[in-house]
Design a binder for this molecule. Structure first.
Ligand SMILES: [Zn+2]
Length: 426
């Protein structure tokens, strides 16, 4: 019950060894990825003919179809090893859990995760042909699995409620629990004597690989993208801003909805059958959201688009109809005020200086009054001395990591949305 260890060892060596001078650049030449060795040698191989080729579980066991393995070439095996190793290094299992991936969304998550793995593997000509790449799916390059998941599923990145589909996946579904955190029936759980890489050890392996990847990338030059982002996250863990913004929007809307001092009355279905009798409708609070956007040139468009997408995601997840949203484009003047279904549909006009007070003045004149006001700005602006009456205010400050950011008023919930210059450069 074990695979041909020599062939498996050969595939690992093929991945990490430098090519002999004569073979450099040849298609089958070794790939020279020494930084992967800590991860590759931690993998625990298990023969499993229920899987199609090779899958991984989140305890770093790899399940190998022996028939496929025997027929496959060393480079093919190497490519599959690199593929699952990146799922494990990137901790796609835990990240899937953070996104509430379940049986019904696992395939989309795996597609999203595979696109990021493809991006990492392509420069080294290691991408298994069946793995999708961003352009094939009309997706932007070099984004995170979470962003791709949101784009592919057209769902908000995380939904708070909803039971989720907890059914079991088949051994042949996707790349294994190591890629999505969902245990297949062929996989061993955490408590067996078959061997497992603990969460703690996995973190150590990731650190070692990240340190060596960083060193390798600095001598060779490397493609930006998920691998570099991963290195950065691993070596300098930071709290990502997206869930913070998402959470702030949800809390603000929840607060507004919870006040219950207004209701939106939907006519009861029964009213039509009882002419002349008005029955109480369903009372459903519909918070009104206004968004002030700093359109001065100092604001990074891509970052703004991502931040607006995050707001849309949070509002969709909460069931707030988009028609309730008013958007102000403001720099040193209010350029446009529009009503849009989604924040990212706003047509933004502007360029000059920055005075967000104008946007807040517009918001104050709105009737009915908005319940939630979100202001996107680089922060380099005067603020009003008090918030619009009755509104929860979020100040989303768009900036660059590592640069000091201006302060915001105490009455606003501050969320810093930051781009990484060092790693996110296209
Ligand atoms: Zn995969």
């Amino acid at each position: 019950m074990s695979v041909d260890h020599q062939k498996l060892a050969a595939a690992k060596l093929w991945l990490i060894s430098p090519p002999p001078a004569a073979a450099t650049g040849q298609r089958e030449a070794p790939r020279d990825l020494p930084y992967l060795s800590h991860a590759l040698y931690a993998l625990i191989p298990i023969v499993d003919d229920e899987v199609e080729r090779l899958t991984c579980d989140e305890w770093w066991r790899i399940y190998i179809n022996e028939e496929w393995f025997d027929a496959a070439s060393v480079p093919d095996i190497g490519a599959e090893l690199a593929h699952v190793t990146w799922h494990l290094l990137a901790d796609h299992a835990e990240r899937a859990r953070d996104q509430d991936v379940d049986r019904s969304t696992a395939a989309l998550w795996e597609k999203a995760a595979d696109v990021t793995v493809s991006h990492t593997l392509l420069p080294d000509k290691l991408k298994p042909p069946r793995l999708p790449i961003a352009s094939e799916l009309d997706l932007p390059e070099a984004r995170s699995a979470e962003e791709y998941f949101a784009l592919i599923s057209r769902l908000p990145p995380k939904s708070e409620d909803g039971e989720g589909d907890q059914g079991e996946l088949e051994p042949t579904d996707g790349c294994g629990s190591g890629a999505d955190g969902l245990q297949r029936r062929n996989e061993y759980g955490p408590d067996t004597d078959i061997g497992a890489v603990s969460k703690h050890d996995a973190t150590e392996i990731r650190r070692k690989v990240a340190v060596e990847y960083d060193r390798h990338a600095s001598t060779r030059g490397a493609e930006a993208g998920d691998a570099l982002r991963w290195v950065k996250r691993t070596l300098e863990p930071e709290v990502p801003w997206e869930p913070l913004l998402n959470g702030a929007v949800r809390r603000a809307v929840g607060w507004a909805a919870g006040r219950g001092d207004y209701t939106y009355t939907r006519p009861s279905r029964r009213s039509s059958s009882l002419p002349g009798v008005v029955l109480p409708g369903q009372h459903k609070p519909v918070p009104r959201v206004s968004i002030i956007i700093d359109t001065s040139y100092s604001v990074d468009d891509n970052l703004l688009a991502r931040a607006l997408g995050e707001v849309d995601g949070a509002l969709v997840a909460l069931g707030v109809p988009g028609a309730q949203m008013t958007i102000y484009s403001v720099d040193a003047a209010i350029h446009t005020v529009e009503r849009v279904r989604r924040a990212k549909d706003a047509k933004l006009v502007g360029a000059g200086g920055t005075d967000m007070r104008l946007g807040f003045r517009g918001v104050e004149e709105e009737r009915p009054r908005p319940d939630v006001v979100i202001c996107f700005t680089d922060g380099d602006t005067p603020w009003p001395s008090s918030p619009p009456p009755g509104a929860a205010v979020i100040a989303a400050i768009l900036g660059r990591r590592g640069f000091p950011l201006p302060s915001t008023p105490k009455w606003a919930t501050r969320v810093e949305c930051l781009v990484d210059d060092r790693w996110a450069r296209p």
